[in-house]
Ligand binder design. Sequence first.
Ligand code: FES
Ligand SMILES: [Fe+2]
Length: 439
Amino acid sequence: MISQELNDSLTRVGKGTDAGEVLRRYWQPAALSDELMSGRPVVPVRLLGEDLVLFRDSAGKLGLIGRRCPHRGADMCYGRLEDNGLRCPFHGWHFDRTGQCVEQPGEPEGSRMHEQITTASYPVVERNGIVWAYMGPGEPPAFANFDCFRAPDTHVFAFKGLWECNWLQALEVGIDPAHASFLHRFLQDEDPAESYGKQFRGTAANTEIPMTKLLRDYPRPEIGAEETDYGLRITALRHLDDGRTHVRVTNQIFPEAICIPMSREMTITQWHVPIDDHNCYWYSMFTSYGAPVDKAVMRDQRLKEHRLPDYAPLKNARNNYGYDPKEQESETYTGMGLDINVHDQWAVESMGSIQDRTQEHLGKTDVGLIRYRRMLRGAIAALKEGREDALPMRNGTDPAGIFGPVSNDSIAEAGTAPGAATANSDAERRGACTWNAAV
Ligand code: FES
Ligand SMILES: [Fe+2]
């Protein structure tokens, strides 16, 4: 357990807060490109507790500016998209994508007051289906050469979903390999078939063992977490009775993403992005090393589970996540259906809006999140001392030289080191990849 003071330091995200300032030193997912596809590309964005509006101007350029008009505070989301900017409908003040007021049509002729008026504005870029914002001071860091950014657009599908809880507990479920043996357990083995939300129903790489069986029969993985240039590499070893070892390598990408294997051909890189202290979005980039992704099918599958425009899941606390005690007896560990996203959502939302970590009791299997909190504390301390260059990927190591990260399921034969099994399995799929995935 940790003190209330430390819990506040690690979880709060507003401007000037400890973790909020760390998060502001990195590009943040602000919206899906999909959200700008309607006839009127203007969307409200609440990010790190700040209310903003994202729009595409008539030159096709993106702007992310304050949601409140600096004149009297009207909502710029209802602005008129015209004259290469956004115009407030209340008195017609007009803003360009840098947040500069360029016209005040009701003020006296020749007035230059507008030159003094600006609203918040943040740099934005679009990469593989996501619009990214940089909300910190100075220059944004370069993007790392992660697979989700290197892969061509044809091989990446991006989606998001709302979780009604603090971002840190959302992230922590992704760096906790022990929970999969319980939370995502199916009580019967299925035919290994890969489909949405059932990624633990395929076979473990290179074996005939269904993942469901493997997770169920070996619930005490040996978990290790080591620091890397980008965050943490987390290894979960399940030692099988026949001498082989199932090796699952996942990653924490600092500050708030994870990268995990979904199947032999696909990884998921997932950001847990604070909307404010009490809500977050997961943004996932599904990256294929095999065939191009079928975006229409993947989008339709997920839209069946989510409501627009806020991407709120249809199963949620208001309907008990679809909980069915009969199903819990005979089919699934949770009784909440087959979609593992719902299981994770229940786990993190049910902790309360901000988990009270003064009451928790961490075990050996929580090593991933223990190491992560240490990294976050280190980054907070470094920023307070003005040592911005001590932060991962801002420390002089060129992010462009950071590849992967390797996330993989494999089987190490008896006598083979887990690291070698991972390297072989990963090299095999990268070798067969149609885009240059070599690391
Ligand atoms: S409130 Fe926006 S122009 Fe007056
Ligand atoms: Fe999970």
